[in-house]
Design a protein around this ligand. Structure first.
Ligand code: PLP
Length: 411
């Protein structure tokens, strides 16, 4: 099939519902009722529900502070802008350098560019989808002031090694944990290793509030910066009012700012979902094991696919199921993805692929030297994801998934 035909087909709205979609029902009746209660109360802007969710979230993860925002992208934006804020003692400056993996989401990267950092990319290990700590440490120079590590699809690098190195060199570490809520490295939750940890509650993530996110940190100074940046640069603290007695205490702006606040509707839904996180992790892990088993026990199985290797010391928390085609099928990828979609098996690429291959990366001249990132390229070329549901997968679904995937030999 030509690429043109593929593009036409894949962008068309689907006539039939997927037989196996990326997410099952997403929000339960109970989740929705919690949102509706807030709506009916007439007070829908950020308030008590957000505060309760923030408190439960930070307690669960063992971090000192948590701040809810309207998306994971906003969490990354806040973490990055807080890292160069004049109120922060150890901050980066314009033209300092940042390290980030090429297999990232756009809004993992763009805040670093928007803050005036020079970007150095690093490749990922295609077997784990994550960076190798040793490779990353080798790439650090005297100019590196920020490292943004994405914990990809419920797994991570040796994040402790990276964190320890950053602490020694006073490099700011932002952990984009938007895809890995509930995963652990060496029994410690991912997201808690960095100066900042960010989370997304978008549809199909570990938990969802429709749109929503969280940023966590352990430092009061950072928390206060994040809090004022989230909301117009505002401070409504008593101590600020006392410091500026000539100003109306309701309207004191102590910093630059955005408006990245969530609504209490999102917080109520997210909070209700959060109570089921552990159950979701267990069911998704079991469903992943069952899909792999069903494929490997299928009479047509000859090693057509491979699966991500869980790195040492990582306890995963999956949101979707990444699959790699055997390299002999590399030319069939487009045809195969289109086949899966047409049969009702919903797919997505693995994050954005290698971000240096995206036009926006060229627009902002991020890889002028045209460096190669073969690990991320391989992930882009051979990888894709299907859903991992929060309800136990049925025998029929397993049969449908393995029969459909294993039709690859006949294409
Ligand atoms: C690694 C990563 N970072 C950030 C985001 C952005 O999160 P959101 O969609 O909530 O803005 C995503 C979204 O999927 C992501 O995968």
């Amino acid at each position: 099939m030509s690429n043109k035909k593929f593009i036409h087909k894949i962008l068309l709205p689907k006539k039939n519902k997927y037989i196996y979609s990326l997410l099952d029902e997403g929000l339960s009746t109970n989740d929705l009722n919690e949102g509706i209660k807030v709506l009916k109360s007439g007070r829908i802007t950020m308030g008590q529900k957000t505060e309760i969710f923030e408190n439960k979230f930070k307690k669960f993860l063992g971090s000192k502070y948590a701040l809810m925002v309207n998306s994971g992208s906003s969490a990354n934006l806040l973490a990055t802008f807080a890292s160069c804020n004049p109120l922060r003692k150890n901050r980066f400056k314009k033209n300092d350098e940042a390290l980030i993996q090429t297999l990232c989401w756009p809004t993992s990267l763009w805040p670093l560019v928007q803050c005036g950092l020079k970007i150095n990319f690093i490749d990922v290990n295609p077997l784990t989808l994550n960076v190798n700590a040793e490779d990353l440490i080798k790439k650090i120079t005297k100019k590196t002031k920020v490292i943004l590590v994405v914990n990809v699809l419920g797994l991570s690098a040796d994040i402790k090694k990276i964190r320890d190195f950053c602490l020694k060199k006073k490099i700011i570490l932002i952990e984009d944990n938007c895809e890995s809520l509930g995963a652990k490295y060496n029994k410690k939750f991912l997201g808690t290793f960095g100066d900042f940890g960010t989370f997304s509650f978008f549809y199909s993530h570990q938990i969802t509030s429709g749109e929503g996110g969280m940023v966590i940190c352990n430092n009061k100074e950072d928390y206060e910066i994040l809090k004022s940046l989230r909301s117009h640069g505002w401070s409504r603290e008593k101590k600020t009012a006392i410091k500026y007695p000539h100003l109306d205490p309701r309207y004191i702006f102590i910093n630059s700012g955005f408006n990245l606040r969530p609504t209490d509707i999102q917080a109520a839904i997210g909070l209700n979902q959060f109570t089921r996180l552990k159950k979701f992790i267990k069911t998704r892990t079991d469903n992943r094991d069952k899909i792999i088993k069903s494929l490997k026990n299928h009479k047509k199985w000859t090693g057509q696919f491979s699966f991500v290797k869980v790195p040492k010391k990582v306890s995963p928390s999956y949101m979707v199921f990444p699959i790699f085609l055997n390299i002999k099928f590399r030319k069939k990828k487009v045809k195969f993805i289109n086949f899966l979609e047409s049969k009702g098996l919903e797919t997505r690429p693995i994050i954005s692929g290698s971000f240096v291959n995206q036009p926006s990366s060229q627009l902002f001249k991020l890889n002028l030297k045209k460096k190669k990132y073969p690990g991320a390229d391989l992930v882009q070329e051979l990888g894709f994801v299907i859903g991992l549901h929060t309800k136990m997968i049925s025998k029929n679904q397993l049969k449908f998934i393995s029969d459909t995937l294993l039709s690859i030999d006949n294409l």
